[in-house]
Design a protein around this ligand. Structure first.
Ligand code: XMP
Length: 325
């Protein structure tokens, strides 16, 4: 398949067009792969999930999905990958809990670029180790989408986790590489993936690693994960999740003085970020109702150990980037 989207290719906006695309790709993948095995790094993000579901439909257990939990996933995320793919779709899924490996490597590292590099490199090492254990795998599937191909020409090189070693001797299977993101979502829905997975907000490859600011510690990472889960739950309850593009918590590595149960209580602040954007190059701030902000503040400060303040970041991009690191 060429890397250029033909002008005649219709935009996949309906279930019918998605079904047609799926049928074509299933046939193409079967023809390419034959009875050989295919390996896929399944993060649980939209793109790799859609590729997984498509390949399961085409070649069933010839697809080996590897889900690496780097310990920087959001609350419940790895469990959901297992539930949907292993339990729901009967996928051949290898789950690797590499939390300790990643967090040990990251201990004491406060430079954001270095943190990203460590996470990206360790991902390759873990995935490569797993690939070496498997014999007779000839193909590597990837969730490359059309913007990845367009963007690799210059402007934005997002050092993504999931970039794989160049010396891997695999032929690539990239069934969605000519699709735009909205089309990937339509195809995902037609494949029967749950809406919350297909419509989910962007989540950076290095995960909570770029939101647990400075040198990551397990206690602060835990607080961040719990606070983030509360934010997501309350955004769902308030009907905000459908129209806010990206929202999350960042937790910096300093404490302030507070008071809890009449005692001095030093804790970290939880910073809410909630932005709207079209292309992530610029972003505006969502006007969250105060009642929702109060509810979130109450819950986070009462339910999350180590957090004693909640702040709302009002900075658009530019000048602030969406992520804090
Ligand atoms: P910034 O912070 O640059 O983020 O305004 C723009 C968008 O990109 C996401 N982002 C990343 N995604 N790997 C990714 O896959 C990364 O290293 C990374 N850094 C930022 C960010 O969440 C936002 O949607």
């Amino acid at each position: 398949m060429s890397n250029v989207r033909p002008e005649s290719m219709a935009r996949i906006e309906t279930k019918e067009l998605a079904d047609q695309f799926i049928a074509e790709q299933v046939a193409l993948v079967r023809e390419q792969v034959g009875d050989k095995k295919v390996l896929l790094a399944l993060s649980g993000g939209v793109d790799s999930s859609v590729v997984a579901a498509l390949l399961i439909k085409a070649i069933g257990k010839q697809l080996i999905c590897v889900h690496v939990n780097h310990g920087l996933m959001r609350k419940g995320e790895s469990e959901e990958v297992i539930k949907i793919f292993r339990d729901g779709l009967d996928a051949n899924l290898v789950y690797i809990d590499a939390t300790d490996r990643f967090l040990d490597k990251l201990a004491g590292i406060d430079n954001p670029e270095q943190k990203r590099k460590i996470i990206g490199n360790e991902f390759i090492v873990v995935f490569d180790e797993e690939a070496k254990k498997l014999t007779d795998v000839d193909f590597l599937a990837q969730g490359t989408i059309y913007p990845d191909i367009l963007e690799s020409d210059g402007v934005k090189a997002h050092h993504n986790v999931g970039g794989l070693p160049e010396d891997m001797q695999f032929e690539l299977v990239e069934p969605i590489k000519l699709l735009y993101k909205d089309e990937v979502r339509v195809v995902g829905k037609a494949l029967g993936l749950p809406t919350n997975m297909v419509d989910r907000q962007p989540f950076p490859g290095p995960g909570l690693g770029v939101r647990c600011l400075g040198a990551i510690t397990r206690d602060r990472l835990h607080a961040l994960r719990e606070a983030d889960a509360i934010l997501r739950e309350e955004f769902d309850n308030a009907g905000l999740s459908q129209h806010v593009w990206q929202y999350f918590i960042a937790v910096p590595d300093f404490k302030s003085v507070g008071v809890k149960n009449s005692k001095r209580y030093e804790g970290w602040p939880a910073i809410i970020r909630a932005v709207n954007t079209v292309d992530a190059m610029s972003a505006t701030i969502e006007e969250i109702p105060y009642s929702v902000l109060h509810k979130i503040t109450d819950r986070i400060t009462n339910e999350v150990d180590g957090i004693n303040r909640v702040l709302y970041d009002l900075t658009p991009k530019p000048i602030g980037t969406i992520e804090w690191e």
